[in-house]
Design a protein around this ligand. Sequence first.
Ligand SMILES: Nc1ncnc2c1ncn2[C@@H]1O[C@H](COP(=O)(O)OP(=O)(O)OP(=O)(O)O)[C@@H](O)[C@H]1O
Ligand SMILES: [Mg+2]
Length: 497
Amino acid sequence: MSVLKIEKVNKAFPGTLALNQVCCQFESGKVNALVGKNGSGKSTLVKIINGTQKPSEGRVLFNEKELTFSSPADAQSQGIATVYQELSLIPGLTVAENIRMGRFKMKGKLIDWKQTYAEAQEILSSMGITVNPRAQVSSLSMWQCQMVEIAKAMSSEPKVLLLDEPTSSLAQHETQILFELIQELKKRDVIIVYISHRLQELWEICDTCHVLRDGNYIGAIPDMKAAAHEELLHMMFGDTKVKKKPNDLMASDEVVLKVEKLTRKDTFQDVSFELKKGEVLGIAGMLGSGRTELLRAIFGSDMVDSGVVTVEGKQVAKASPEIMKNMGLAMTPEDRKFEGLNQVQSIQNNLCVASLKKLSGRFFMKRGKEEAAAAKQMEELQIKASGPEQSVMSLSGGNQQKVIVGNWLNTDPKIMLFDEPSRGIDVNAKQQIFEIIWKLSKKGVSSIVVSSELEELLEVCQRILIMRGGRITGEIMADQIQISQLYTTCMGGTIEV
Ligand SMILES: Nc1ncnc2c1ncn2[C@@H]1O[C@H](COP(=O)(O)OP(=O)(O)OP(=O)(O)O)[C@@H](O)[C@H]1O
Ligand SMILES: [Mg+2]
């Protein structure tokens, strides 16, 4: 039996302690589940085990020997394989090329293709995967890609196999095929660590379960078969209490945004809902549920195949970000580094991008207007900086997020779309962003908030739509539900409220 031991591992990010003195051990011959609510530190632990990130403190031991890697590739050659939810295959290459990438059989200076295909075929067959090694990856379905991904990981004959949400994009029967494969691997003295938010899966495939909460190791369930569902939920969420939101948020009956049967092929289907004036509406769902894609489509960043969006009674003919902006919408993107900000520009310039037209005269920029608009947002949003000329690159994550929000507030929007507004920012900045959203509500500006942190949605929103597999599957009022219930609903379970 092999043992992977995590010894007092700490990982600090600016403003967050992602892992706090974590000690635990994973053994071969069984499937070890690693669970915890969003942001609890699971992926961070995986990245520390596989050498993508270095721990701030502590060490990882394999059979009592400390593991140190110079790079993720080094970790891989030392037997640590990882399968992420986001696939890492190269679509333009064949299955065999992907599997043997970096480890091709050579014949002198040339790649021995015959041997490469034969080997890939052997790996696939030994795992019972019926995919042609000569097929282009781009021609495969999602789950076939996932299988090839695992075959690729297994072809290096790993000692440790880390699976970070491998089933989040798979359908039921595809998941079964994956499970059969994992059962096979269990017999091969491989340490398997399995991360999933689909709790019912854990009982089906895992033998033991380790729980993280807010970076702390809560404990293990040594025998899944003997554990009750409630016990696990309690370990995951504890007695987490959701903070109270102000009770004077606007609650109007006036509909400002109406979405009817919005569909984008393979992404989301038949999405219908209404947003009221001043309302703070959340969209909850797990990775891959289609939340971000829905928001992007409403804002006109992505095309839709069918459906109707109506803003303040006016039907949108052909959405584009420019048109939606003119209709009073604003959107802060999920990835603020690349989509939301011009990193080398000053705070002032970034605060005035979206409202350029409004702030400029017929021919020239009106410097004074621009300065005033920037100063107003810096003050209202309490952006911490030496002055408006400072580059946004040098700001903390929370202050960068406020610059993005401020940029849009300068356009006087009626509807704000927030995609993961608090990703990677500290608790304090998070609270400030919530306050901004509430302040907008009181002024009659509506918000839609997408977040993978369910606790955060319960805290900031009045009403929450549940999204699963590209569909809205339910709707709840935030003050009538517990976090563990919301979690269960997002995973497809039923709730009694
Ligand atoms: N590169 C980073 N920079 C700053 N903060 C980070 C970084 N990576 C992770 N974090 C933070 O560390 C914490 C743990 O994140 P992690 O991704 O490990 O959670 P997780 O348990 O995998 O969550 P999920 O279930 O949503 O995948 C979170 O608060 C996250 O915001
Ligand atoms: Mg994760």
